[in-house]
Each structure stands twice: as structure tokens, then as C-alpha cells.
Design a binder for this molecule. Sequence first.
Ligand code: SAH
Length: 249
Amino acid sequence: MRLQNVRVVLVETQLAANIGSAARAMKTMGLAELHLVAPRQWPHDDAVARATGAADLLQRAHVHADLDSALSGVGLVVGLSARQRHLSCPADFPRPTAGVIAAESDRQPVALLFGRERTGLTNEELDRCHRLVHIPTDPAFSSLNLAAAVQVMCYELRWHLVAGEPAPQCAEVSPPAATADEMEHFFEHLEKVLMRIDFLREENPRALMRRLRVFYNRARPDRNEMQILRGILTHVELGLDGRLGRRRS
Ligand code: SAH
């Protein structure tokens, strides 16, 4: 995937605010190539306000008089449409299409085409597309805000790029899990203490101890957590022996 080969083409966008939001959506996902076809409000403060940290994309945006110019040199044209059925070609979902875009963008520029807020893309514009994408929505209300649609498609490209990478980990490296013998010592200790506080009766300690085993094994405590658990048990014993006060002083 070469994201610098993927351009977002906004066709005759009516509101500059939407262009700003779209730029922000793109930049969060690592896309930078913004192409505007005959924008109604341009340049405009609303765009800058909505772009926040992505104003650089607006400054570098390519403004075209017509679609031909925006698609010049493009090898794959992908149209985004809020409508599910088209004459031109069947619409697919964003995720599988992201895979196609990933492969194509390694070789040639790819354009993602987004339509006007009110009327979307015209049939002529849809006919220019090699593929159509429909973001699955409630059929009774299928039209996303323009920038939201840009966000979803760009997110899918990002997802494709990072797929297979490990998800972000905790900042702290967690200690290794308690070993099997540490677990055994803990269960012996626990049983002893539960007997001493009369929670576990001699007659049938097995069933409860098994349930506790299942519970603690499921939690899979790490070494630090095991030390805490053992520490609690030791303190209970010290308390029972009346040695806590002395120990503290
Ligand atoms: N009323 C218009 C919707 C325009 S929304 C129509 O019926 O087409 C503006 C643009 O956002 C659309 O042209 C399309 O590019 C994109 N978009 C909005 N909702 C979408 C969806 N569910 N799937 C794909 N693209 C969508």
C-alpha cells in the first residue's frame, strides 16, 4: 500500500466545513492527497476551522475545474456512493475494496471519489468508476456526512496497512505469569487460611477449593499479583496469631 498514491477527490462540495473535516479525517489515517473539483466555497475559513491540525492538506490541495483533470494519470477510480444499487457496476463494502486499493496503489495512482452533500455523484460520474463502494448503513437512512464517509474509507485503508501488526501494548511490560508450582503453593496456603478462619469445613473442602482453583486459574495471576495474594494470606495468619500490632510497632 502506498498511501501517497491514494487521492481523495471531493466533487463539487457545497460546504467548506466538510472539506476541512475531510482533510482532518484523511490526515489521521495518513492520507495527504486532497483533490477538489469545483468546490462551491473555496478558499474558506470554515474549512481551516474544521481541519484543525490538518490545514496543511488544505494548503496543498489540488483544485480542478472538472473531474477529467482530477482523474488525470489515475489507474483505478473508486466511487463512494450512499446508494446501494447502480446501473454501472455492483457496489462492494469498504474493507474488501481496501485490499484492492492496497494492491493497485503500489503500482499506480488511485482516486476515491466522493459526491456532493445533497445529490451525491451523478450517473456520468459513477460511470467513470471501475469500482463502487457502499458503506453499510441502515437502509432507511443510508447517507453519511461527507467527511464521515471519507473517515470510514480512509480508516479501512489504514486498517489494511497495519493488519498483522501487534495491537498497542501496555506501556509497562507485564511480569510473567505465576508458575504452576507457585499456584500450587498459593492454593495450599489459601486452603490452610480458609480452614483457620473456619470458612472451609473439614467435611467437604474439596468442592469449594476446586471452584477457587478454577477462578484463580482463569484470572491467571502474574508473579506480582501472586505476591500480593500470598501477602494477604500471611497477614490474615499474623492477625489470627495476634502478631499484627507487634509486627507494626
Ligand atoms: N444524498 C446523497 C448523499 C450524499 S452524501 C446521495 O444519495 O448520494 C455525500 C457523499 O458521501 C456521497 O456522494 C458519497 O460519496 C459519500 N457517502 C455518504 N454516505 C455513504 C455511504 N453509506 N456509502 C458510501 N459513500 C457514502
